[in-house]
Structure formats: C-alpha cells, structure tokens
Design a protein around this ligand. Structure first.
Ligand code: LUZ
Ligand code: MOS
Length: 761
C-alpha cells in the first residue's frame, strides 16, 4: 500500500463498491439461490416476489437477452439455472427492489419446487463414474515403474486436503449504471475487469466496447475474485439492462459463503521410492481434484498441481496423473497458490511417510533431495538461478535446525501430556500464468503538463500493494518523486484486454508495462531537453530527483519546467507500454516446456506445542528465509509473506469446510468457519529476506511475492503431526488436512487404528 492508500484506509475513506454513492433511481438486487445440491426445477414462480413491497422486477434465465453462459475456459456454467440445479447456492433468480432489505425479503417469496436427485460429492466417486471436466493429464520423467523396482524402500499412501473459504473482507459486489445504446458501466470488485467485461457483453448480447468495467480497489480477493466476481456483475448488468436503472448487487457474508467457490479439495494416492541413504529415486502420484459443479478455472488449477507435484525436490523418475472431477459442490476456484499447495502437501506427506519407515527425521530426506542448479523438472524446465539450497542453508545458519530439534526433544522427554513438534518446509513456486497467453500486460501513462503523472495499468489493487509497486517503478523510471505519481483505477477503456491480477504476477507484468511506457516518455523528454540545453546528446541527459542533469551535472532545469516546455513544443507526454513475458512455451502433447519465467524459493521452520489431553495446540514459532531478489518494496513483501503464512497455516489447521450427505454446506457462515485470529496465529514470526542478485526476469530485479509464502503454512501441519507422533510413536495417523483439534484428538485416542503399548498408555 502506498502512503495515500494507507491514510484512506485508516480513516475509513477508501471507497469500495458498496461505498459508492447511490444514483437517483438506483435499485438493489438480491438473489434466490438453490437450497439443494442437485435436482430438476419443477416450478419457479416469481409472481409473489414481484407483488412484494418495493419490488420492480424479478429476473430468471428467460430474461437474458444474450447467452446464459459464464464459463470462460469451458462453457459449462449458466448465469441463472434453467432446468436443473447442480449445487447448493446456485443462483436461480434476481430480485430488484428499492432497498436491499426489500429485495432480500421478496426473494424468499419466490415459489420454488425442485425434484431432488442424489448429490455426487466425492472426487474419487466422480472419477469412477466418468464425471470428468476434462481428460486426465499425465506428466512423466524417467521411468517410475522401473525405478520403483530397484528402490530399497517403497512407501505408498493416501493424502487429502480440504477446501478453503477465501474470507475476503469485502464480499462480492457490483454496481452498474446504464449508458446510451444499452451499454453499461460497471463497478466490479473483480481481479479481472476484462473477464467481467467479456462475460457481461456475452450475457447482454453486446459488443465489448459497450461494456466498461472500472475497478478502484478490492477489499481482498485471494483468487476468489479471479473468475467468481463475474456472475454478480453480470446479474447486476442484466438488472440494469432490463430496468434501465442503476443496479447494485452486494452479497452478504452468508450468501457469499454459500454461493461462491473456494479452494479445491484434493484426494491423492502416492508412492515414493528411496534408496537406503534417503535419495528419492521415484515418485508416483494421482491427484483427484474435486472441481465442483462447473469447470471455472479448475483445469488451470490442476495444471499447476501437475507443475508443483515434486515441490522443491529433484526426483529423477516421476509420474503424475491428475483428474478434474465434477461433483455437486459449489464450483471451486482460484485460491492463493492455485493447486500448488495441494500438490506440495502430498509431496511432503510422501516424504514424511518415508521418513517414518526409515526411522529418520523428514528433514534428512528433504535436505538431501533439494533442487539444485541445472536439475530438470518433470515438465522439462531446467532450474536456473536456483535458491533452494541457499534458503535452506541460510535458515539453518540463522535458526539452527539442530538446536531447535534438540530443544523439542528435550521438551518432549520432560512432558508426558504436552508434546512439541517441529517441521521444515522448503518452497519452490513457478511464476507465470500457466496459460501462456495470459502473460501480457499494458499500461497507459500520462504526464500532465504540470508535471504530475497518472498511471493506468491492468493491475487491480486488492490490498496486496501493487499500486505502490507500480508507482515505485514509474517514479524510478521517470526520475521523479513518488508524490508526483497517481495510480488510476483499473478500467477497461483505458487499458484493454487485461489478464486477471493473479498468479503473483500483477506487479511483474504491469510493472514491466509501466516501465516501458515511462521509458518512452523519458526518452522523448531527454531528446527534447538536449535540444533545449543545446550542445549535448540525449544520452547525456538524465532526470533524477525531479531535476534535469547533463553529464550528471545540475542544469537548473526542473522536471516541471521541462514538462511544461515540452508540452508547448508539442512533445507527446503520454505513452502506452506493452509487455509479454519472453521465453515461455509449453507443448501440451509432450507435456514439456518452459512454463515459468522463474521460480521463488524459501524455507520455513515451524514449532508447535500440542496438548495431548485436549487436542488443542499453539503455533509457537515460525522462522523463515524468503528469496526476494531485489525487492521493489520490502515492507509490502514482508506483509505478503506473513499474511500468506498465516493463511496457509489456517488452511492446514483450523479452516474446515463441511457438507452434509445431501451436499449442503454445514460451514456456510462466519459463525461456523474458523479462520486464524490474533490468538491462533504464530506467537512469533521471524522473517529474513534473502537478498540476492537482481532477478533478471522481473521488473527492476524483483521477484513476485503473493502466493509462494502461502506454502510455508504446510510446515504447521507436519509440526503437529510430529507432536502427535511424539505422544503416540506407533499411532496410525492420516495425511489429512485440516488438522483441527478434534481430528487430532480422535486420532490420538482411536484405539481401533493402533495398538497402544502399555508404556505409551
Ligand atoms: N490464474 C491463472 C492463476 O489463470 N493461471 C495461473 O497459472 C494462475 N496461477 C496462480 C494463480 N492464479
Ligand atoms: Mo490467484 S489464486 O487469483 O493469483
């Protein structure tokens, strides 16, 4: 966040969609969502709702002038259900009334009859029945079967991870104003203004240039507004188109939790093979991804699971299979890490299972098999500028793994019913959209003739600080102070065809585009200054600290004066920059290529204390080393690292989604879903930034930071596992996240699953 943004936030003056003033005649929307997970719609009678006080219209699929289709990768998702419902929370109708309350009350009056059908909830079961969203994919390296036959130790197992609610503070919201020619102007809380523009145009049957989308900022997103901000904007746009009035649609927390997608639950089978020394020689894994009722981004997310199947390790023989399975749950969607965390959790589980069998600490296997320069990943990319070992070694040097492990052992010797556990989590995360075409961005920079600067780019500010980073890029490139730079809203008429702000790449891509635009303007100004100052070449001119220099000497000419003179001399003071990440390619037949611009590395150490009588625990300490190259804004990176860590710990420990047998959410409200709070979060977090050489593949030598540190949270799960193991050395524990206190307790005292020796009991 930049200074200005910070000030607005603490004063409560920053505007989110629901803070925008109401226009005359504005209507508020409310949706009717399916109460059942699966069934045929027999009756949908909107008349009673239409008769309710304040109601102006009730819209159903029949009212859609264009296509009733919001799917982007695969066209399999209606905006409003027509004949059948496929998940609980699926929108069926939109009510428009004078007030939000009237709209919500009226929505309850709609008469709905659904003939219920059995709900398919389990990914493996869906796979067995052939309910696949796309053909399964396989990544291969070496010969896994042959290698397994030669291993000293082969261990297999099953690993499951649950979904995760995004819990952004600002719920899904949109505000749509009518324009002439049936066009609309949309304020949407979206990570992807172009996706909203495109889908709204499709739903309304308009060309894209009739739909303008403007996004000032979001109150958090975490992937939950990459694809899933779109339906709410499209519904509001539909309401506006039908009534000719401005329409606002803001979900309340319950509706949001019920009707929007979350992180994908995964169920996986693994086989890992090692030699006696602990080298991993072979790894085979099958990911069953629970995609929910529609494709959404599931196939892309599954692709990232394939890429991150081997985590931070080099394994010479690998087979990864992955299936995207259709069920009757809410369509699951992007969430920080995008399928990477799910895959990396399985890898760590396999290592833990092997360590248990070998009777060594997992860190021995982890440390031996870390990626190094020149290793080839299962997707054919060679590792360059590898920092895996550097982060691990630096973490060991700073935090002394041996010392911490010894302290934990001695604690455990002294305590019978409280046990500590410690785990290390190395991360390696690929940066770039796996859909290569999305790795492009544009920026539009105006230098106004008073010397102030406006920057528009495709990046959406969602609290992650992208505006501050882009402002830093502009200020550095133009040679002027940050106070002269303003980041404008993200708007499809200023910057078109934007990729979502996602994949940790918002600053990388849009920062580069901004740098290119600022470079063009700076070059023109240098040339102009050379003519003004006379007797010198443009190359000798620099601008620094808002002053024009010639051969590094002051000229007395300021930025303002230069800009003013340039304007009167009719020099163009605006520029557009376009950036497309170089070097990327991927062959989906061979499943090989260079899908990432680079990787981000790090190592975290997490220590916990478990109360073995109650199952409750505390996350005592996280210490980590994170690879940041040369950061654009170290304070922002620190916030991203710590925030992602806590969110990752939440996913692994207390955040639990549950559905009943009919596929109805049990955890669809803030009262039933626990996210980490101040008391739950780690008591201490020590973060060290591994400053390195500038990264040659991102803007001004920086590295992306949004998603990678999420995976440090996985250390929390394994630290708890080891504390459980310290209490029950022979216990049979499942590799299943989240590891809630309830699950710990039941596993510690599940006498059917283990033989508790008399000594232990
Ligand atoms: N979104 C996307 C993402 O469309 N493609 C990606 O590869 C990705 N990766 C991380 C987060 N969001
Ligand atoms: Mo994302 S998971 O929208 O980067």
């Amino acid at each position: 966040m930049n200074e200005r943004e910070r000030e607005l936030h603490v004063q409560g003056r920053s505007l989110f969609v629901d803070d925008m003033p109401a226009a005359v005649g504005e209507l508020e929307g409310a949706i009717l969502a399916s109460p059942l997970a699966h069934g045929q719609i027999r009756r949908l009678d909107t008349a009673p709702a239409l008769a309710a006080p304040g109601v102006h219209a009730v819209l159903t699929a029949a009212d859609i002038p264009g296509e009733n289709q919001i799917g982007t990768i695969i066209q399999d998702e209606p905006l409003l259900a027509e004949e059948a419902v496929h998940y609980q929370g699926q929108p069926l109708a939109l009510v428009l009334a004078d007030t939000r309350r009237q709209a919500r009350l009226a929505a309850r009056r709609i008469v709905l009859e659904i003939e219920e059908q059995p709900a398919l909830l389990d990914a493996r079961e869906a796979f067995r029945r052939g309910e696949l969203i796309a053909a399964p994919r396989t990544f291969l390296l070496g010969d896994v079967e042959q290698a397994l036959a030669k291993c000293d130790l082969v261990v297999d197992g099953r690993c499951r991870s649950g979904g995760q609610e995004h819990f952004y503070l600002e719920p899904q919201s949109a505000l749509v104003h009518p324009r002439e020619q049936r066009g609309v102007r949309i304020h949407s809380s979206t990570q992807s203004p172009t996706a909203v523009q495109k889908v709204c145009a499709r739903v309304l049957g308009l060309p894209m240039h009739e739909v303008e989308v403007d996004t000032r900022r979001l109150g958090g997103a975490f992937g939950g507004k990459e694809d899933q901000a779109t339906p709410w904007a499209a519904l509001a746009a539909l309401g506006c188109w039908k009534t000719g009035r401005p329409v606002r649609l803001v979900l309340d927390r319950r509706q949001d939790m019920l009707s929007t997608g979350k992180r994908h639950p995964y169920d996986s089978d693994f086989t890992i093979g090692l030699n006696r020394e602990g080298d991993i020689l072979a790894y085979r894994v099958f990911f069953y991804q629970n995609a929910g009722a529609a494709a959404d981004l599931s196939t892309s997310i599954l692709e990232r699971s394939l890429f991150h199947a081997t985590g931070s390790y080099f394994i010479p023989n690998v087979r990864v299979d992955a299936a995207c399975c259709r069920t009757n749950l809410v369509p699951f969607t992007a969430f920080r890490g995008f399928g990477g965390p799910q895959a990396m959790f399985v890898m760590e589980a396999a290592i833990q299972a092997a360590a248990d069998k070998l009777g060594v600490e997992a860190r021995v296997i982890q440390g031996r098999n870390l990626l190094k320069e020149g290793d080839v990943l299962p997707y054919g990319m060679e590792v360059e500028h590898c920092r895996a070992r550097a982060c691990w070694t630096e973490a060991d040097k700073r935090y002394s793994f041996d010392k911490v492990y010894r302290e934990v052992s001695s604690f455990n010797e002294k305590h019978s019913y409280r046990k500590q556990g410690v785990a290390i989590m190395p991360i390696c995360f690929g940066i770039s959209f796996t859909n290569i075409s999305l790795n492009q961005a544009r920026a539009l920079v105006h230098v106004y003739n008073d010397g102030s600067v406006g920057v528009s780019s495709g990046a959406v500010e969602m609290g992650q600080g992208v505006n501050a980073k882009i402002a830093a890029v502009a200020a550095r490139t133009l040679g002027i102070g940050l106070e002269r730079i303003k980041l404008e809203s993200t708007n499809t008429t200023r910057v078109a065809n934007t990729s979502p702000t996602a994949a940790s790449s918002g600053s990388d891509l849009n920062g580069m585009a901004t740098q290119l635009a600022c470079d063009s303007i700076r070059r023109r100004l240098q040339e102009f200054a050379a003519t003004q100052l006379g007797d010198c070449a443009a190359d000798e001119i620099t601008i620094s600290g808002g002053q024009v220099l010639r051969a590094s000497q002051a000229t007395g000419l300021s930025w303002e004066e230069l800009v003013d003179k340039a304007y009167w001399a009719r020099v163009c003071l605006s520029a557009q920059g376009h950036y497309a990440t170089p070097r990327l390619y991927f062959d989906r037949q061979q499943e090989k290529g260079q899908p990432f611009a680079y990787h981000v590395y790090g190592t975290a150490l997490c220590r916990v204390t478990l109360d073995c009588l109650r199952g409750s625990y505390s996350l005592d300490q996280v210490q980590l080393v994170h690879d940041s190259a040369t950061s654009l804004a170290p304070d922002i990176d620190l916030g991203q690292i710590e925030g992602a860590l806590v969110q990752g710990l939440g996913w692994m420990t207390v955040e639990e989604l549950q559905w009943d047998e009919q596929g109805r959410q049990r955890t669809g409200s803030a009262a039933a879903y626990k996210i980490p709070d101040m008391r739950f979060g780690p008591q201490t977090v020590e973060t060290a930034i591994l400053e390195g050489e500038p990264n040659p593949y991102a803007v001004l030598g920086s590295k992306a930071v949004g998603e990678p540190p999420f995976m440090y949270g996985i250390a929390g799960w394994f630290a708890l596992y080891r504390a459980m193991r310290a209490f029950r050395p022979k216990g049979k524990f499942r590799f299943e996240a989240p590891l809630t206190p309830e699950k710990i307790l039941t596993q510690l005292y599940d006498t059917t699953a283990q033989q508790i020796s008399s000594r232990e009991a």
